[in-house]
Design a protein around this ligand. Structure first.
Ligand SMILES: *[C@@H]1O[C@H](CO)[C@@H](O)[C@H](O)[C@H]1NC(C)=O
Ligand SMILES: *[C@@H]1O[C@H](CO)[C@@H](O)[C@H](O)[C@H]1NC(C)=O
Ligand SMILES: *[C@@H]1O[C@H](CO)[C@@H](O)[C@H](O)[C@H]1NC(C)=O
Ligand SMILES: *[C@@H]1O[C@H](CO)[C@@H](O)[C@H](O)[C@H]1NC(C)=O
Ligand SMILES: *[C@@H]1O[C@H](CO)[C@@H](O)[C@H](O)[C@H]1NC(C)=O
Ligand SMILES: *[C@@H]1O[C@H](CO)[C@@H](O)[C@H](O)[C@H]1NC(C)=O
Ligand SMILES: *[C@@H]1O[C@H](CO)[C@@H](O)[C@H](O)[C@H]1NC(C)=O
Length: 666
């Protein structure tokens, strides 16, 4: 008997000593809570965890520690709590963060970040088992870092904001139907958190304030909280505001250890301060909103201006006449995918050429971007380009139109699927053309050039006939492109200096001397073109012995030895028509005669090529083995002396010779 009493006595004392905590606050007027951060109790007894101050947190804890375990074993007690909260934002689109009910080993959450982790953790301790924190979160933002399911959910957090379990906010009606709730609605809602220390189960239930406690909990977590909960713990609330203006309120709270928390007297709870909310929003929120709106407007305007500048064009009154030929820069920009490098077809002397597809018509185009510093002569040039654009010939690349911008001209051509002819001639090409294909191209280009010279009411000089300006369409028809372009660079130059435009190797001697382009200088270039096509060699070889460097001279040396056919492209093998090839080689020499008077006209060239007129004996034209018309000294010096240094990068070493000769005085 006695011994039993002795054993029982300490147990009784222990039970009496751990007086189960039990409190109820229907409003917090003159309640002793431990507050930190920006948490306050308003004059009407509302616990305001955060107001509309940005990036601030608030904590409110029951001031005394609570025993969650007895001293005999490590099993956590059952407990139960209920509270009424409200989360309000005048602008629900701008959501702040939520509220957490928290069981913590410390009063307050030292080290917690003020603008994240619901005011519970920081980036280093979030998720750490040494936290010993159990929380129920009412979360109004979706944070991917914590694998939040949405921006309106309830979760149970154990040592981490990554919830152990969570679900969308709402409640089960007695019928079993799920009713959605919006946490940030500003309406007061009640939460019940109940832990059964025997069943090791935590239930969380949510409901609107006027509904009463639902039969079924919203969340149920089967988990023994004993390892997480220390012997004594603090209970309270935590909230952070993040960057947006959100109010977090607790209206009433009751808690009971080892029993059911007392029912709150809902009618006695303090009223939410609608007026105050508005006034704070007016003084702080509204200016912030206005500033954001101004910023949005400014950035919008900047975008529009940038866009406008990006697609800006130059249009003058006189151009209206050429309306149909004018393209919108924006359309060309879209067609070429913003002139991106991938669409680059090539870059020639006058600018880069891009491939494009017009969005409306699906027509494939090639857009040449010509940069032009001086606006002088531009008008005349555009007029000429546009009038030339009216030229239609099957061996001219059709100019579809143009677009003019500041310092930039864009010319729009039909896209030629096989690209430029030079790709199939020189430097071990991947594919070469047969003789019959080349002969067809030569005849085509000849008739195109003839059309430019004589087929129209005004004489058009091409100025830059060469293989790389001849484009091949899908049927391998040669089409002459870029006509008239060289003209642009003739304008506005100093008439005192000889400034020649064209390409080294295709320039007639008198052209380099006098700087004047004529139909005859076009014929000279055409002669060089015929020879390069027939021989598969560039008009000037950069390396190799000097007597081989100029194609015209090289072919002439074969001619003078009576073996002109040896100059042919070895790629033909035996499949070529000797008469045609000989005609082209000899005609090439004749066209590239150093004396302009000795050259045929394009009309004659076409007649010879078509066989309408028999080809004359070359010796009768002074083109004989003793003619010396192509003597190295003569031609070469002329090229070098008069050629401007910037014209042809491929021959930069010869250009620098030219430069030094030029600066030496001429
Ligand atoms: C509030 O509670 C704390 C902790 O129990 C105590 O130290 C403090 O004196 C109390 N303050 C008031 C005003 O009762
Ligand atoms: C631990 O204590 C609780 C209540 O204090 C009791 O219900 C439980 O049975 C005890 N467990 C053990 C293993 O003694
Ligand atoms: C909580 O309990 C653990 C051991 O169970 C202990 O290491 C830790 O220091 C306790 N935390 C506090 C704040 O007392
Ligand atoms: C995080 O919080 C812990 C206390 O829980 C503190 O010791 C630590 O210094 C904090 N870390 C940072 C980076 O603030
Ligand atoms: C948890 O925190 C303790 C001390 O606060 C630290 O020593 C430990 O490395 C942390 N663990 C992890 C996984 O971060
Ligand atoms: C509740 O919300 C979910 C998603 O948030 C939605 O799919 C569902 O239709 C809503 N139910 C009701 C009754 O509004
Ligand atoms: C949790 O909810 C389930 C299902 O409604 C219920 O059976 C259980 O008793 C509840 N547990 C607690 C601790 O309230």
């Amino acid at each position: 008997m006695f011994s039993k009493l002795v054993i029982l006595l300490p147990l009784l004392i222990s039970v009496v000593g751990s007086q189960d905590t039990n409190f109820i606050y229907n409003g917090f007027r003159s309640v002793n809570l431990s507050l930190d951060g920006i948490a306050t109790i308003t004059s009407n007894g509302l616990l305001e965890l955060t107001d509309d101050t940005m990036e601030q947190m608030g904590h409110a804890f029951y001031p005394t520690p609570i025993s969650f375990k007895n001293s005999l074993n490590d099993s956590a007690f059952s407990f139960s709590t209920t509270f009424v909260f409200a989360i309000a934002s005048r602008y629900p689109a701008l959501k702040g963060q939520g509220i957490a009910f928290v069981i913590s080993p410390t009063r307050g959450r030292p080290g917690a970040l003020s603008n994240q982790y619901l005011g519970l953790f920081n980036e280093t301790n979030n998720g750490n088992a040494t936290n010993h924190v159990v929380a129920v979160e009412l979360d109004t933002i979706q944070n991917q870092e914590f694998k939040d399911i949405n921006d309106n959910h309830v979760g149970v957090d154990i040592n981490s904001l990554k919830s152990a379990t969570s679900t969308s906010a709402g409640y089960y009606a007695d019928s079993g139907a799920f009713m959605n709730l919006t946490l940030i609605s500003g309406n007061p809602m009640q939460v019940w958190v109940e832990y059964d220390g025997v069943k090791k189960q935590l239930n969380v239930t949510l409901a609107p304030i006027d509904v009463g406690k639902p039969k079924f909990p919203l969340l149920s977590l089967s988990r023994d909280l004993s390892p997480i909960i220390n012997k004594t713990m603090y209970v309270g609330f935590s909230s952070t505001n993040g960057p947006f203006l959100t109010f977090h309120y607790i209206l009433g709270w009751s808690f009971k250890m080892n029993g059911k928390a007392q029912e709150l007297a809902l009618s006695q709870l303090p009223k939410l301060p609608r007026g105050k909310e508005r006034s704070k929003l007016l003084t702080i929120g509204l200016p912030v909103i206005l500033v954001s709106l101004v910023l949005v407007a400014i950035s919008g305007a900047t975008y529009v201006i940038k866009r406008k500048r990006k697609f800006a064009e130059l249009v003058e009154d006189w151009e209206v006449d050429y309306g149909p030929h004018r393209f919108k820069y924006k359309d060309l920009y879209i067609a070429t995918k913003g002139f991106r490098e991938k669409e680059l077809l090539g870059s020639g002397g006058f600018g880069k050429v891009y491939k494009g597809v017009l969005t409306t018509s699906k027509i494939e185009i090639a857009v040449k971007k010509v940069s032009h510093e001086s606006s002088q002569g531009m008008r005349e040039f555009v007029a000429e380009i546009v009038s030339i654009g009216r030229l239609r010939h099957r061996n001219l690349v059709p100019l579809l139109g143009y677009c003019r911008r500041k310092r930039e001209l864009l010319l729009v051509y039909d896209y030629m699927s096989y690209g430029s002819l030079d790709k199939y001639l020189f430097d071990q090409p991947q594919a070469t053309l047969s003789w019959s294909q080349r002969f067809k191209v030569i005849k085509g280009v000849a008739s195109g050039l003839f059309y430019l010279h004589e087929g129209w009411d005004q004489v058009v000089i091409h100025r830059d006939v060469k293989a790389s300006n001849v484009l091949l369409d899908g049927e391998l028809n040669g089409k002459l492109g870029d006509f008239g372009l060289a003209r642009l660079y003739d304008h506005g130059t100093d008439p005192q200096t000889t400034h020649v435009v064209g390409t080294l190797g295709y320039l007639a001697p008198e052209h380099t001397r006098r700087g004047k382009a004529t139909t005859s200088t076009d014929v000279y270039a055409f002669g060089a073109f015929m020879l390069e096509v027939a021989c598969g060699r560039r008009p000037i070889q950069a390396n190799g012995p000097p007597e081989h460097s100029i194609l015209v001279d090289w072919v002439f040396s074969h001619f003078s030895r009576g073996e002109i056919m040896e100059a042919r492209d070895p790629n033909y093998g035996t499949s070529y028509v000797a008469e045609e090839l000989e005609l082209v080689l000899k005609l090439g020499l004749m066209c590239s005669h150093s004396e302009a008077a000795a050259r045929p006209s394009m009309r004659q060239v076409v007649q010879y090529l078509e066989g309408d007129v028999p080809f004359p004996d070359l010796s009768s034209l002074g083109l004989s083995s003793t003619g010396l018309t192509f003597a190295h000294g003569d031609g070469l010096d002329d090229f070098f002396l008069s050629y401007p240094s910037s014209m042809n990068q491929a021959f930069s070493h010869t250009s620098s010779i030219a430069e030094s000769l030029l600066s030496g005085g001429r």
